[in-house]
Design a protein around this ligand. Structure first.
Ligand code: 2P0
Length: 316
């Protein structure tokens, strides 16, 4: 190891969601997903020689997922012990894709610190082994993650300049979610009667979403994304015991976005495994939508983001 290294990565927002694993050791999703990486929200992760501690937002943590990942990369690539210091400017474990940003930043910092010379595809594969959605945060702009022949492929579809969309992230709770995504996916696969049809519909949504993003057909992208998101939450609600990631404010934000749309604002919403709502806006209407969402009772914060860059090294 030559020196410590720090990397930055952002969350990504899936327009066609990943919810279900084909292989939970190799972390291979059961269906294809398509995302856009956002800016503003970020994880900064520093890898440094010596200790093997993990400091997250200033607190020493024992995270089994991160531990399994570091053990694995050290074993496979014959690396010495390293410590991790990670900080995020947004709440972790609450449905804002902190593990996506976190693992994308981590592998990028490891690659730089140990001068491994990984390709983007290799970094994406390592990020996926930590958290499947992290494979997408290696890339900026619009990205696809597809299971293929027992493995998985990530493709950078379009760079961030392809489409000047804005995303308003309405934070409705800063609490850690009670059921992690990994656990939630297992529960849905084992108990939700809608799981099989969900997977089938993801293939169809993915096939339709790709050309809709290519042609920047905002209305079509919004229709597919909203229905894909609601179907994923239906699968969750159908699990035993049910998984309800929403709170009352989640619904209030949806309501207010539907009203805005009826008034002619081009906006659609999507929600991940948590109670936060992401409003995707066209025509530079993000600032206006943000002001509206800030006034919805229960909204703690509304952050205006643009399409962001992929994971990158930021120094030592
Ligand atoms: C997504 N989510 O496509 C979906 C939508 C949440 C809802 O990817 O088990 O944290 O570490 O692979 O990547 C969250 O799942 O789960 C996720 P693991 P991950 O963005």
């Amino acid at each position: 190891m030559t020196s410590s290294a720090t990397a930055e990565a952002h969350p990504n927002i899936a327009l066609v969601k990943y919810w279900g694993k084909e292989d939970d050791v190799l972390n291979i999703p059961s269906s294809p997903s398509l995302s856009l990486t956002i800016d503003r929200l970020s994880a900064h992760t520093r890898v440094l020689p010596g200790s093997d501690s993990f400091l997250l937002n200033g607190e020493l943590v024992q995270d089994p997922k991160t531990r399994a990942w570091t053990d694995r990369i050290r074993r496979e690539l014959h690396l010495p012990a390293f410590g991790i210091e990670s900080s995020t400017n947004f709440p972790v474990g609450s449905g804002l894709a902190s593990s996506a940003a976190g693992f994308a930043a981590l592998v990028t910092a490891v690659d730089s610190a140990f001068e491994l010379g990984m390709s983007d595809a290799e970094r994406s594969r390592w990020a996926r082994l930590g958290s499947a959605s992290a494979a997408r945060s290696i890339f900026g702009g619009f990205c696809a993650l597809e299971p293929r022949d027992g493995d998985c492929e990530t493709s950078a579809l379009f760079g961030r300049s392809h489409w000047d969309l804005e995303v308003v992230v309405a934070v409705t709770s800063r609490r850690r979610k009670p059921v992690s995504s990994t656990e939630g996916m297992v529960r849905c696969k084992e108990t939700s009667p809608y799981f099989a049809s969900w997977l089938q519909s993801c293939g169809e949504d993915f096939a339709a979403m790709r050309p809709a993003v290519a042609s920047k057909d905002f209305e079509h992208v919004g229709e597919i994304a909203e229905s894909n998101c609601l179907r994923m939450h239906a699968v969750m609600m159908g699990a035993v015991p049910p998984l309800v990631y929403w709170n009352a404010t989640t619904l209030a934000v949806i309501d207010s976005l539907v009203l805005l749309r009826e008034a002619g604002i081009r906006v659609f919403y999507t929600i991940d495994a948590g109670p936060q709502v992401k409003a995707v806006c066209a025509d530079g209407s993000g600032a206006f939508v943000r002001e509206r969402l800030r006034k919805v009772p229960g909204v703690l914060e509304a952050v205006l983001c643009r399409v962001g860059e992929g994971a990158r090294v930021k120094g030592n």
